[in-house]
Design a protein around this ligand. Sequence first.
Ligand code: GTP
Ligand code: ZN
Length: 344
Amino acid sequence: MTPTYSLSDLGWSAFFLSQLDLDELVTTTPARVSSVHRDRISVLTEAGPTDLVTETGVSTGDIAVGDWVLSHPTEHRVVRQLDRKSTLQRGSEHHVRERQLIAANLDTLFITTSCNADFNVARLERYLALAHDADVTPVILITKADQVDDPSTYVDEAQKLGRSLEVIAMNAKQTESAELLTPWSGKGQTVALVGSSGVGKTTLTNALTGGKAATQGIREDDARGRHTTTGRSLHALPSGGWLIDTPGMRGLGVADVSYGIDATFPEISELAGQCKFRDCKHEGEPGCAVMAAIERGEIDPDRLRRYQKLKREDYYASETVAEAHIRQRKFGKMVKSAMKKKAR
Ligand SMILES: Nc1nc2c(ncn2[C@@H]2O[C@H](COP(=O)(O)OP(=O)(O)OP(=O)(O)O)[C@@H](O)[C@H]2O)c(=O)[nH]1
Ligand SMILES: [Zn+2]
């Protein structure tokens, strides 16, 4: 039997309700997107799961798993998509402004790493920038705590990355691991797991879903081979929450997440406003408040290096094709004139 859910079970809140006008309140049905197909979307409503086609002219590519839409009272179609509380997207590796929607309306992003060679603060900062930019609360999970003598050294390292950041060490293979995550996976809460290959995402997914990851919350006929465009879907958790799986989140480029990078390095970005030049790169410019703080020993120089690296990567990945073109032409001209000067 297909389980039924109330709107609040599905994650509905005042944030979404306040977007409806009186007419919509009476005539439309809120629906949460559980998977996205090329020509339609699968949704969960209070009346159960169903499929909807999108508004005319709107591609399903603009809709992400986790989105809320209003569905028409009699026809199986979307009337309107609601504003998101959060949007998780990834930058493409190409040097064009191109971002791929991963999930909408997540409350928490579990950034997963393990007590071994995978543990890398630069990678964690990269995921943190993504989470902050998406407006999702990050929680760092450090798996394989059972394989080291003292997991607290890993916890302490991760804890340095944020004053109020939650960091949890665990053995993902123990069934209790799901219990450690209940503060974030209770009724109506939506979570996703990201992290490198082999850190234990599948193990944790199975712990959270009770091993039923593949089938919960999706229409049954999906199991008969109807393909979703992304492979992503919304899974109901026995704890009352929702898990959106995130295949394709492994390679992790940053693009257009400048805000998220600043939020990940508050000790640097908060000072940057006091630099003499508004576009100071903190690379030795006069009147640089960040360099001054480094000299006073107040900022970790390694953090500044990683901040600058992410900012550079974000800048190049965020520029449009036209901007890249101008930059390359400028560079070409500069090389030419330098060569002319040399020849003289
Ligand atoms: N001892 C121990 N082993 C773990 C733990 N977490 C995961 N493993 C093991 O590590 C291996 C990889 O775990 P997976 O859950 O498949 O990792 P994944 O992140 O899903 O990997 P991909 O599917 O490649 O992205 C498996 O053999 C798990 O049993 C843990 O906390 N402790
Ligand atoms: Zn500066």
